[in-house]
Write a protein that binds this ligand. Structure first.
Ligand SMILES: Cc1cc2nc3c(=O)[nH]c(=O)nc-3n(C[C@H](O)[C@H](O)[C@H](O)COP(=O)(O)O)c2cc1C
Length: 403
């Protein structure tokens, strides 16, 4: 079930072939995909939003906002959400708009904002399909990296016979399946990822922790799942849903995180330590709430150092295991990250900088410098954490092959 959990954005435009789309939506849903449908205004004359929303179990979007309550259908969010966008049927008009960036409807706006692979399945009458402007638009769209699902030859709605029929839903499904199979480059790999903060109790109601939101670690888990890996996510307390398909182990303290990792690490091919582990814990946790001293001084908190999880695990690593850690530095960033990389026996380190606006804790975006112990390094731009997760996994792929 390679399509299970895949987020598919379907753009339907005004072609008679839109009648085939409910069947394709049904097939995708049966495979366990999540389907979000956008229709052009013209498409609504060919197939009803009601049929499509019922089958996809989501509201169908036809405009940039809901005219009743004014809520905005964010094309940027949808473009980031999708693992794949399929424009089918793609009318001559929609092809022209996509090729030329004419973003006057939600479908084309979302297409321009999409960061995922895009498949385009044109459908039109044979002469429209043969017209030089249509041919040129398709060529342009292919030159931008879009994938073409070429129309079939056969009987057309006009009564003519020739190329222009939308490919059959079963075949489109197969093409999408094959595409995802092809990018399952981490199939069979067991990946252990840590995420979020650790929380070290002081007494039954108070704790020491940090601002980690877990977003980076969860994005990494989601990306590894997309690439076909078997992912265990050991997570401190965060308010994020577990990516579908991961084995989630929830922990609170650094000690619990270490123990959870120790159970899984031996059988893992890769460890990515994205959690922000507290360096210290309280030496003696009070079993009752520490009372205010009423002016008679302040309570002293005796701290002891927590175990260094990555160092502890890397000391018992097997041949071929790959370990990546994270460093969040405020000063001497590169030098500190490099020294951590070496002293903790890691293969690579991802450096976040708190000095970079939009990067680091709690944000939806990040910017990282990735350093491999061989000296290979890469600095990303500021991107959504999902995109950064992709860069990190690409870097791991590259440095596993070229250690
Ligand atoms: C009955 C009928 C069938 C149509 N079928 C197609 C078609 O298969 N392909 C196409 O490119 N246009 C077709 N059109 C024309 C489009 O609906 C029209 O160009 C529309 O503006 C497309 O807008 P859109 O791409 O924004 O949905 C058809 C029009 C009608 C009335």
């Amino acid at each position: 079930m390679v399509l299970k959990g895949k987020k598919i954005l379907i753009g339907i435009s005004g072609s008679i072939a839109a009648y085939k789309m409910p069947l394709l939506v049904r097939l995708l849903m049966k495979e366990g995909a999540e389907v979000q449908i956008i229709m052009t205004p013209a498409a609504r004359d060919f197939v009803t939003p009601l049929t499509l929303s019922t089958l996809s179990k989501r509201p169908v979007l036809t405009g940039p906002f809901n005219p009743v309550d004014g809520t905005w259908n964010s094309h940027v969010d949808m473009g980031n959400w999708a693992d794949l966008m399929l424009v089918a049927p793609a009318s001559a008009t929609t092809l022209g708009k996509m090729a030329n960036g004419i973003a006057d409807n939600l479908l084309v706006t979302t297409y321009l904002a999409a960061v995922c692979p895009v498949f385009i399945a044109p459908a039109m009458d044979l002469d429209m399909f043969q017209h030089p402007s249509t041919r040129q638009n398709i060529k342009t769209l292919q030159s931008y990296g879009n994938h073409l699902i070429a129309p079939r030859e056969g009987e057309l709605a006009s009564g003519l016979c020739g190329a222009g029929r939308l490919e059959e839903p079963e075949v489109i499904l197969e093409i999408l399946r094959d595409f995802f199979k092809g990018i399952q480059s981490w199939a069979g790999k067991k990946v252990l990822i840590t995420a979020g903060p650790t929380v070290e109790p002081i007494d039954p109601v108070r704790y020491i922790s940090n601002h980690s939101s877990g977003k980076m670690g969860y994005a990494l888990a989601e990306e590894a799942i997309k690439r076909g890996a078997d992912v265990t996510l050991v997570s401190g307390p965060v308010s994020l849903p577990a990516p579908s398909g991961v084995t989630l182990i929830k922990v609170h303290t650094a000690q619990q995180m270490l123990e959870a990792c120790q159970k899984v690490f031996d059988a893992s091919d890769l460890l990515i330590m994205a959690a922000a582990v507290a360096d210290y814990r309280v030496a003696a946790v009070s079993d009752h709430k520490i009372k205010k001293q009423g002016g008679a001084g302040t309570p002293a908190l005796d701290l002891v150092e927590n175990p260094d999880i990555v160092k502890t695990l890397s000391a018992h690593r097997n041949d071929g295991q790959y370990i990546m850690g994270f460093a969040l530095e405020t000063d001497n960033e590169l030098a500190n990250a490099q020294s951590k990389l070496m002293s903790k026996g890691m293969d690579a380190i991802a450096l976040n900088s708190l000095n970079e606006q939009g990067a680091g804790f709690g944000t939806d975006t990040n910017k990282v410098t990735l350093i491999h112990r061989s000296g290979i390094s890469y600095t990303s731009g500021l991107e959504p954490k999902a995109g950064i997760a992709g860069r990190i996994l690409d870097f791991i792929e590259e440095t596993i092959v070229n250690p």
